[in-house]
Write a protein that binds this ligand. Structure first.
Ligand SMILES: Cc1ncc(COP(=O)(O)O)c(C=O)c1O
Length: 341
């Protein structure tokens, strides 16, 4: 199969249409078989539940080429499960997990020409999503839904080297206690837009959100979980019912414990403690870990000893071990790498 002639190293993180996408519909209480289509548009009722009451959820994962030339995806079963959890919380019919994985495989295969070559640092981003298509005017769940997957090639995250991020402690909340912060609902992201635009205007890369109830505990950013490293090399991550259970974070904790022999703590993290950590990173599918150099709390700077030039040593070990597993240099735990072709 001949690859598309793209400038792989210089792709950014934006939508680029690829050849095929997967579409399945839910009507009369069941999902149809689904199919691949070349049509990247859709026609909806003006009263569709997604347009009126934002009944939608999504996932994000990536496919890439390993050194031995296989196209693989990283832990798609975890995305299938998380999307089921999101759907249930939003009163949507779950898309069966086996079918989700099969649809990921079919969509990536159909767009294999867009999977970046090994060594480019680029990946094929996979976006599964589901939304209410049936007309809804009283506030209620819809009775019909569409599940789709599209793919888009995206460039290396650390293009031109690592640049530790500067965060600000946000005055906005991301998620309420007992709300929807622990699922991947579109509505969580709509309401975070004003906060991120404000942070960017003020010169920050991202927001650090604190817990909405007491504003004393660290939650996450708009698109990544936190990992901290203590001065005696313990890996600490916030535990909260209102943060998204990041697949990258869960994978990194496993690696810290089982590959690097580090002590790991998943627990509440008081904001007061942040100044005492040696390293801080943001973890998610796109970057694996992005180092944080500085957090600004209403004019007061918290600077991590790892500085503004490079990743801290433990952050780097975690990053290199997970990318080593993803690329096939290191043996992966069973079930982490799904070979597509
Ligand atoms: C709010 C939020 N937290 C964390 C993450 C990281 O999750 P994952 O590692 O599964 O990509 C994401 C990205 O999906 C996110 O949107």
């Amino acid at each position: 199969m001949e690859k598309k002639n793209l400038d792989w190293e210089n792709l950014d993180f934006s939508y680029k249409k690829t050849d095929k996408r997967f579409v399945a519909n839910y009507h009369d209480g069941s999902w149809d078989e689904g199919t691949l289509t070349g049509d990247d548009t859709l026609v909806l009722s003006e009263c569709a539940g997604v347009l009126q009451y934002s009944q939608s959820c999504f996932e994000g994962l990536k496919a890439y080429t390993t050194e031995d030339g296989h196209i693989v995806a990283f832990r798609p079963d975890m995305n299938a499960k998380r999307m089921e959890d999101s759907a249930k919380r939003l009163e949507m019919p779950a898309f069966p997990q086996e079918k989700f994985i099969d649809a990921v495989v079919r969509t990536v295969k159909a767009n294999a020409a867009y999977v970046p070559p090994f060594g480019s640092g680029a990946t094929l981003y996979i976006r599964p999503y589901m939304f209410a298509t049936g007309p809804v005017i009283g506030v209620a769940p819809s009775d019909s839904y569409q599940f789709r997957i599209f793919t888009t090639p995206v460039g290396p995250y650390f293009k031109g080297g690592v640049h530790p991020l500067t965060l600000c402690v946000s005055d906005f909340d991301r998620a309420a206690p007992h709300g929807t912060g622990n699922i991947k609902a579109g509505l969580n992201y709509a309401m975070s837009l004003h906060a991120i635009v404000t942070a960017h205007k003020n010169g920050f890369n991202e927001n650090m959100y604190l817990d909405a109830a007491t504003r004393t505990k660290v939650e996450e950013t708009g698109g990544a979980n936190f990992i901290f490293v203590t001065k005696d090399n313990k890996v600490v991550t916030p535990k909260s019912d209102s943060i998204l259970p990041s697949i990258t974070r869960r994978s990194l904790l496993y690696i810290a414990k089982n590959y690097l022999g580090l002590e790991v703590e998943e627990r509440e993290v008081p904001f007061e403690e942040v100044k005492d950590f040696a390293e801080c990173g943001l973890c998610g599918t796109a970057a694996v870990i992005s180092p944080v150099g500085k957090i600004v709390d209403h004019g007061k700077d918290i600077c991590f000893p790892s500085g503004m030039q490079e990743m801290g040593p433990i952050t780097k070990k975690l990053h290199d071990t997970l990318t080593g597993i993803q690329m096939g240099h290191l043996e992966a735990p069973k079930g982490w790498i799904k070979v597509i072709e």
